[in-house]
Design a protein around this ligand. Structure first.
Ligand SMILES: NC(=O)c1ccc[n+]([C@@H]2O[C@H](COP(=O)([O-])OP(=O)(O)OC[C@H]3O[C@@H](n4cnc5c(N)ncnc54)[C@H](O)[C@@H]3O)[C@@H](O)[C@H]2O)c1
Length: 311
């Protein structure tokens, strides 16, 4: 049993992670302002080992008090995504960067921190080349910049692990439909049409349950993994946007795919990523895109409740 603090534990990744950590018998504290789905943790409040604080991580004094009681700290609270950060520039820097430096400054010798950042720091990758952890980071949005800056701070501390995540897909207690796979499947189900900008842009993906498994793996194998940064994605899911759309069409035969030729996508991410480093330590993501697409088709067909995205 570990004592674990998760900031943003009510979010897309956090609500799935908190659920699994509690199921495994850990004592979990979540601080979250529940900005989007207010009910994402409802199924957990009856658990004795679950403590919830409806609060703001910008309250650094409060954070210091909460953090010191836990062995593991997993800071997920953030303004997530390029458009949201662009709209709230000052807050993005405080929440995504300063809150992390604050946690690090107060970290005690025995405490451990596991940080999730985006691999969008790779920006636009080189042709026919996979980005690895040594590739130069050149984020193309304020979101990417704040996450890379925070990762740089995290790297200075030994008792830390950073994961650079591929775009996550799959169902969660707090659903997001702005993420690429989730978004394509939602449009396929609701409109029977996906229009694809920049169809040959390369992207990589990972199922949300594999993200949760990787974090649990890193808690269990902390000493083996610590003081390093790892890419975290599904190695068979380095594909272009048009290939993704075609995968969805395999399961929704009547789907129409329209490629938009002369319009630029504001999201310029275009790269393949190698996961060899984390795989060599013993963690391999396994849940396929086909499996996730099947899951998402059901979610969007059955559940017509409004999803509150970040922007
Ligand atoms: N989902 C992805 O594809 C992905 C990829 C790479 C990295 N990440 C990282 O994983 C983390 C979680 O992402 P997510 O997809 O679950 O996003 P999310 O937006 O669903 O979750 C963020 C949570 O943080 C909370 N929050 C935001 N500001 C807060 C504040 N000031 N005080 C308290 N709570 C606050 C929100 O209420 C929300 O529940 C983020 O750090 C993100 O950068 C996500």
């Amino acid at each position: 049993m570990k004592k674990i603090l998760i900031t943003g534990g009510g979010g897309y990744i956090g609500s799935m992670l908190t659920t699994e950590l509690l199921r495994l018998g850990n004592e979990v504290t979540v601080i979250d302002a529940l900005k989007y789905d207010k009910g994402s943790l409802d199924h957990l409040f009856y658990e004795k080992k679950f403590k919830f604080i409806n609060g703001d991580i910008k309250n650094f004094e409060l954070m210091k008090k909460i953090a010191e009681k836990n062995e593991f700290i997993i800071p997920l609270a953030a303004l997530v995504g390029a458009p949201l950060c662009q709209k709230n520039k000052k807050e993005a820097v405080i929440v995504n960067y300063e809150s992390i430096t604050n946690l690090l400054q107060n970290l005690k010798t025995k405490q451990k921190l596991i940080y999730l950042t985006t691999n969008s720091g790779y920006g636009v990758g080189e042709k026919n080349k996979f980005c690895n952890e040594n590739s130069i980071l050149k984020p193309i949005s304020l979101y990417g910049q704040t996450k890379c800056d925070a990762e740089n701070e995290v790297k200075r501390f030994k008792n830390t692990i950073s994961f650079r995540l591929a775009t996550v897909f799959g169902a969660s207690y707090r659903m997001r439909s702005d993420l690429l796979v989730n978004n394509f499947v939602q449009r396929a189900v609701n409109e029977n049409l996906i229009d694809v900008y920049e169809p040959n842009f390369r992207r990589n993906f990972i199922h949300i349950r594999d993200v949760v498994k990787a974090i649990i793996f890193s808690i269990k194998n902390f000493n083996k993994l610590k003081s390093e940064v790892y890419n975290l994605g599904l190695s068979s899911a380095n594909i272009t946007k048009i290939e993704l759309a075609k995968k969805i069409k395999k399961q929704l035969k009547n789907l129409k795919i329209k490629t938009i030729k002369n319009k630029a996508d504001p999201d310029k991410r275009d790269y393949f990523v190698s996961n060899a480093k984390i795989e060599s330590k013993g963690f391999v993501a396994k849940i396929t895109l086909d499996q996730g697409i099947r899951e998402l088709i059901q979610v969007f067909k059955n559940n017509k409740k409004k999803i509150i995205n970040n922007y």
